[in-house]
Design a protein around this ligand. Structure first.
Ligand code: NAD
Length: 493
């Protein structure tokens, strides 16, 4: 989608006509977004930067002030307008999807355009909207009680480098559908693409009758600005998506926090599984966006009697098996801190989200261009089994039987209670593993992403809140329950 200077001028003029925005510029401590101050020649880098400016602020204070004005305006608008805004946000992401993905891969060096497009399409189409906020009414001889889902106000959102577009898209749709505004402190290594997306979403909102600056971001996000957001008195709720550090910080902030943390999803395959399907699904899931999604299969625990046949099926679908010295070379390269029992470990960030070919090349291994995944058979103690690798290098461990595999799956998941998969046609084992894992997502006989509504039933989210229990977040996750009671009247039967 191409924009010229007139498009930008029209949107900026609309935003400036907005009384909430003029009020904002009346405040001495608020710096107007850079884009509003300048003209944008069409198709140039400056033009793109100008569009990024819609909703981008120099610091947390000015972003929260602008968002809070926008949020007050939002709750005064009809729900019909809110629905139109959400529809426009969905369309805007779908229209810009290809170029957003290209920019994200160029900026972060993580993942691939094809799978990022699929993630964003999922986030744009399957994140629930305003319909998610169903009020409830209860009546009895004492009258009527109505329960409604109210916004928090301004939400402070912290987003990861691994899914910058999909997480911001589903957060933005869900938070606005629920009547909130949001201030994003995005990952510093994804700041350009994230601010560009915030600008695109704000344009879509403004074009459908919504207030400007409903979504705000700081242009130069840092850990310090994340800390300022967590402490800001204008923030009613924190929603953080990332690794263990940010989850710990949000949970210790003293504010209500929805925390979507790390995982290490095990995938168990037993001797009753359809191995053709399991081989196809595991490669599809574990190679998805080069394995950077938190739900991707991170280790395969295969019952010994079918392990060779499973590996053969995986090979037919693009798994390239490493052996001997190759396993050692890749492990040395991709693991920064080796995980182990009770120890999460950490990957080498330089290889997070890289292709199998790039990882192979760095380890001195020639990997065929059609390979989607590097597969390595290892022992139970191998660090890749215990570390959330976030790259297309998948360890497989042979297990005596399904019971041993389920017990081991619980251990390697480290109690994150995030995601797990099983391929089996034994209902009692499927049920046993579902209970034992106690995860936010458990996928039976499908690729991991079926649990996010891609090829599986249900809505999607790229903020899966396991530590705080909201699971696959949705608009109602971003609301407060409020009750209104009328005594003695309005039970009409
Ligand atoms: P990360 O933890 O390095 O960064 C995530 C965000 O938190 C970034 O914006 C970062 O700047 C911020 N941050 C990090 N440490 C912080 C601290 N101490 N205080 C304040 N802010 C801090 O993670 P990443 O590399 O961007 O993303 C990958 C991780 O996120 C993986 O562990 C993955 O499993 C997880 N993740 C989880 C979900 C989910 O829905 N559960 C979704 C995506 C990613």
């Amino acid at each position: 989608m191409a924009y010229d200077a007139d498009d930008i001028r029209r949107v900026v003029a609309e935003v400036l006509r907005d009384p909430a925005v003029s009020a904002l510029f009346g405040q001495a401590d608020v710096t107007p977004p850079a884009a509003i101050a300048r003209e944008a020649p069409s198709g140039t880098a400056e033009g793109i930067a100008a569009r990024e400016g819609l909703g981008t602020f120099p610091d947390i204070d000015s972003a929260v002030s602008a968002a809070s004005i926008a949020q007050r305006e939002l709750v005064g608008l009809p729900l019909e307008t809110r629905r139109a805004m959400v529809a426009a946000m969905r369309r805007a992401v779908l229209e810009a999807n290809e170029s957003l993905c290209e920019d994200a891969v160029a900026e972060t060096g993580i993942g691939n355009v094809r799978d990022k497009k699929a993630k964003n399409e999922l986030a744009a189409t399957k994140t629930p909207g305003v319909e998610d906020l169903e009020p409830r009414a209860v009546t009895d001889e004492h009258g009527l009680t109505l329960t409604e889902l109210a916004p928090y106000g301004v939400i402070g959102a912290i987003t990861p480098v691994t899914n910058p577009i999909a997480t911001i898209t589903c957060n933005a749709i869900g938070m606005i559908a629920a009547g909130n505004a949001a201030v994003f402190n995005v990952h510093p290594n994804a700041k350009r693409i994230s601010c560009r997306l915030v600008g695109i979403l704000n344009e879509a909102i403004a074009g459908s009758g919504g207030p400007g600056n409903l979504l705000c971001a700081v242009g130069e996000p840092t850990i310090e600005s994340a800390g300022a957001l967590m402490k800001h008195r204008g923030i009613g709720l924190l929603v953080v998506t990332g690794g263990p550090g940010v989850v710990r910080a949000a949970m210790g902030s003293g504010k209500k926090a929805i925390c979507a943390g790390p995982g290490n999803p095990p995938c168990v395959v037993d001797e009753t599984a359809d191995l053709v399907q399991a081989g196809r699904d595991i490669v599809a899931g574990a190679s998805f966006d080069h394995n950077v999604v938190c739900i991707c299969e991170k280790e395969v625990l295969a019952v010994a009697s079918i392990a060779d046949r499973l590996k053969a099926e995986m090979a037919k679908n693009g798994a390239f098996e490493l052996s001997g010295g190759q396993i050692e070379a890749v492990t040395k390269l991709v693991i920064a801190e080796p995980g182990g029992p009770g120890r999460e470990g950490a990957p080498n960030k330089a290889f997070v989200g890289k292709s199998p070919q790039a990882i192979g090349k760095a380890a001195g291994i020639e990997v065929p261009p059609e390979a989607r995944l590097l597969l390595m058979e290892v022992g139970r103690d191998h660090p890749l089994v215990w570390t959330e690798q976030l790259m297309p290098v998948l360890p497989l461990v042979r297990m005596r039987d399904a019971d041993e595999a389920i017990d081991f799956a619980v251990e390697v998941e480290h109690g994150f209670r995030h995601s797990a998969m099983m391929h089996s046609h034994d209902i009692s084992r499927l049920s046993k593993m579902a209970r034992a894992m106690n995860c936010s997502i458990f996928v039976k006989n499908g690729p991991c992403y079926a649990g996010l509504g891609k090829g599986g039933a249900g809505h999607t989210s790229f903020t899966i809140a396991s530590p705080t229990g909201e699971g696959i977040t949705r608009p109602r996750s971003f609301t407060r329950e409020r009750r209104c009671t009328l005594v003695d009247y309005f039970r009409i039967v």
